[in-house]
Design a protein around this ligand. Structure first.
Ligand code: ADP
Length: 283
C-alpha cells in the first residue's frame, strides 16, 4: 500500500478557499535557498514541467518541495516510494462497501484532479511498471488513463509532478531509466556549505552557534569517511537530530553516539573512527 502524507491545514486559509482543495500547508515551511532553485521551480510550475530533485538523503529536498507548495499556494501530496508500490496504489482501486463496489482515487489521481503538487520521494524505489504510469503526465499530453474505470483524466493546469532520488546511493543498486529521466527538469541538491549548514542547524534545533558550528565541523570530518567505506554520510537531518538531543539536555557524547554514529554504521572500525572524531571535536 502507499504511504501517504497529506498536509492539511487545521483551518481554511481564507474564506474564499476552494472547498475541493482542502489539503494545504498551514504555515510557511522555512527553506534557505542555495542558488536559483526557487525561481527555477516557479518557472517549471508555470510551464507545467515535471521536476526531478537529485541529491543525498537529508539535504533539504522535501523541505524545498514543502516550501514551494506553500509559495505557489498548492496542496501537496507526498508519496514515499518503495518496491511494493503498485500502479493501483497511485491511481486508485474499486473497493467493496455496504452499498456495493465504488471507485476510490489514489493519491496521484487526486493530485491530477485537484491541481496539487504530487511529490514521489525516492522514486527509483518504485517498480518500473509503476513508474511508467507517470509518463503520460510528464509530456505535452498531461493525461492519466484510468484503465479500470475507462476514464482518461486531463491534469488540472496547476498539477505538477515532482520526484526525488539519491544518485550516489542508487548507482550501485538501481537507477532511473534514461527514458524516464528525460521527462524531468533536474535540480541538483547537496549538503550546504559549513556556514549555511550551521545556520540551518541553529534554526531547526534551537542550538547556539558554538554547538551548531562544532557539530557541522564534526560532520564535515565524518563525511570524509565515505572514502573509507561509510555507505551513507551524515545528513543535515542527522545533524539537526543530534543538536536537538543536545539542546534537550543529553550529553554531547551520548547525543552524537545515538543520533549520528549509530544510525550510520554497525562496522566496529568505522564506529571507532567516528567516536574518535567526536572526541577530537568536543574536547
Ligand atoms: P531530503 O528530502 O533531502 O531527504 P529533508 O528535506 O527532509 O531531506 O531535509 C532534512 C532536514 O534538513 C529538513 O527537515 C530541514 O530541517 C533541514 N534542511 C536541510 N536543508 C535545508 C534548507 N536549505 N533550508 C531549511 N532547512 C533545511
Amino acid at each position: 500500500m502507499v504511504q501517504l502524507t497529506l498536509s492539511k491545514s487545521p483551518e481554511p486559509r481564507a474564506p474564499s478557499q476552494d472547498e475541493s482543495q482542502p489539503w494545504r500547508l498551514a504555515a510557511e515551511p522555512w527553506y534557505d535557498p542555495t542558488a536559483d532553485e526557487v525561481t527555477l521551480f516557479e518557472q517549471c510550475h508555470a510551464q507545467q514541467l515535471a521536476v526531478l530533485l537529485k541529491g543525498p538523503t537529508g539535504c533539504g529536498k522535501t523541505r524545498f518541495v514543502e516550501h514551494m507548495a506553500w509559495r505557489l499556494d498548492r496542496p501537496l501530496i507526498t508519496i514515499a516510494c518503495h518496491d511494493d508500490l503498485t500502479a493501483s496504489d497511485l491511481i486508485g482501486r474499486f473497493l467493496i462497501g455496504h452499498t456495493g463496489t465504488h471507485w476510490v482515487d489514489g493519491p496521484l489521481t487526486r493530485a491530477v484532479r485537484e491541481g496539487a503538487i504530487c511529490y514521489l520521494d525516492e522514486v527509483v524505489e518504485a517498480r518500473q511498471d509503476t513508474i511508467v504510469v507517470l509518463h503520460p503526465l510528464t509530456d505535452y499530453r498531461r493525461i492519466l488513463p484510468l484503465d479500470k474505470t475507462g476514464e482518461t483524466l486531463t491534469a488540472s493546469p496547476h498539477f505538477q509532478l515532482v520526484v526525488s532520488y539519491n544518485p550516489g546511493y542508487q548507482r550501485m543498486l538501481k537507477d532511473l531509466k534514461p527514458s524516464t529521466r528525460q521527462r524531468f527538469v533536474a535540480l541538483d541538491f547537496d549538503f550546504p556549505p559549513a556556514e549555511r549548514e550551521t545556520l540551518i542547524v541553529m534554526r531547526e534545533s534551537g542550538a547556539d552557534h558554538a554547538t551548531a558550528h562544532a557539530l557541522v565541523s564534526l560532520c564535515q570530518r565524518l563525511r570524509t569517511l565515505h572514502d573509507r567505506g561509510l555507505a551513507e554520510v551524515p545528513s543535515t537531518r542527522l545533524l539537526i537530530a543530534t543538536a536537538r538531543l543536545i539542546v534537550s539536555g543529553i550529553a554531547v557524547q551520548s547525543a552524537c553516539q545515538a543520533a549520528l554514529i549509530s544510525p550510520l554504521s554497525d562496522d566496529p572500525a568505522l564506529v571507532g573512527a567516528m567516536r574518535d572524531l567526536v572526541a577530537l571535536t568536543f574536547v
